[in-house]
Design a protein around this ligand. Sequence first.
Ligand code: NAD
Ligand code: TYD
Length: 348
Amino acid sequence: MKKILITGGVGFIGSHVVRLFVNKYPDVQIMNLDALTYAGNLENLRDIENAANYTFIKGDITDQDFIERLFATHDFSGVIHLAAESHVDRSIEDPLLFIRTNIIGTMNLLNACRNSWKSFEGKRFYHISTDEVYGSLGDEGLFTEATPYDPKSPYSASKASSDHLVRAYRNTYKLPVVISNCSNNYGPNQFPEKLIPLSINNLKHSKQIPVYGKGENIRDWLYVEDHADAIDRVYHQGADGETYNIGGNNEWKNIDLIRLLCKIMDKKLDRKPGTSAGLITFVKDRAGHDLRYAIDSSKISRELGWQPSLTFEEGLEKTVDWYLENNKWLHNVTSGAYVEYYRKMYKE
Ligand code: NAD
Ligand code: TYD
C-alpha cells in the first residue's frame, strides 16, 4: 500500500486535508505526524481515527533522529508538509520557536527525503506555505507566483526561509518538490487566537473583540475545505518544481468583516441587532502590521481547474454554526494555557 506522510495533520488546515485524503483515497495509507502543540488537537479527527488507511504518529519535526528513524521505517511515496507555528502574534513574542519549527523542522524533512529515497521516481515533497512571504500590498495589485519575496514578520520570514530551502533542495539535489502559497483560511477547527474564531468565541461570551489599529488592514479569506481541495489537486496534478498561489478572491477590510460577523452572531444568538457590534474595541496595532494581502489564483484555476466553492457569507455562516455547536471543543482549547496567553496578549 502506498504511504503518504502528512505533517501537522491534527492542526486546523491539516485536519481537513487528512480527512479528505483518508476518505478519498482508501487504497493509500495516510500517516499523520504531529507534535500535538497547543494548535494540534486529536478531537479534530475523531470521525476518521479508526479508518483502516489512517495512522497517527506523535512526533516532533525538529527531532532529527526521530525523523530519520521514521523515514527508515516507512517508504513514503510523498510528504505533504503542514506542520508549523502559524500565528503572527506568537512569532512576535517568540521568534526562535518559529525558526526551529518552520525552518529546522522543514530542513529535517527535506534531508530525510533526500537521504532515504533511493530513487526520486514517483516521489514528491509538497510544502504548504503562505502568501505572507510576499510581504504587504498597497491599495492596488495582487500577489502572483512571480512576486518577489519580502516577508515582514518573524512568522512570514520563517515561512519564506523554508520555501527557499525547498527550492534549493530541488535545484541542488533534484528533490521533486511543489509549493503552494495560500491566503488566510477560516472554518471549523481553527484555534481561537486568529481573527475569526477569536471574535466568534468572544462574542459568544459577550466579551470585547480586539480590532488592531483602525481595522483597515485587508485579508483575502478562503474557506478551509476549499484550501484542502486545492492541496489535493496540487499534490496529484501540480507540475514538478512549480509554485501555485491559492486565494479566495475575497478581500475584506478587518472592520467590515467584523461587522458582518457581528450581524450573523446577533441573528444566531437571537440578540438585539447591534448588540455584538457594541463589543468592537479598537486596540493597539500589531507591530509591523502588514496592510493588505490579496492573491491572484489564476494559475491554479487555469492549470488545475480549481475554484473556491463557497461565497464568504456561506462559509462564515457555516463557521459560526460549527463554533456554536461545538461547545466542548471550544471549552477544551480555551482552558488552561490559553487563558494565560490571552490575558498576556490583551493585558486583561
Ligand atoms: P495550526 O497552527 O492550526 O496547526 C499546526 C499543526 O502543526 C498543529 O497540529 C501542531 O501540533 C503541528 N506542529 C507544530 N509544531 C510541530 C512540530 N515541531 N512537529 C510536528 N508537528 C508540529 O496551523 P494551520 O493554520 O493549520 O496551518 C498549517 C500550515 O498552513 C502551516 O504551514 C501554515 O504556515 C500554512 N498556512 C496557514 C494559513 C492559515 O490561514 N491558517 C494560510 C496559508 C498557509
Ligand atoms: P490573523 O487571523 O492573526 O491572521 P494574519 O495575521 O496571519 O493575517 O489576523 C487577521 C487580521 O486581523 C490581521 O490584519 C490582524 C487582525 N487581527 C485583529 O484585528 N484582532 C485580533 O485579535 C487578531 C487575532 C487579528
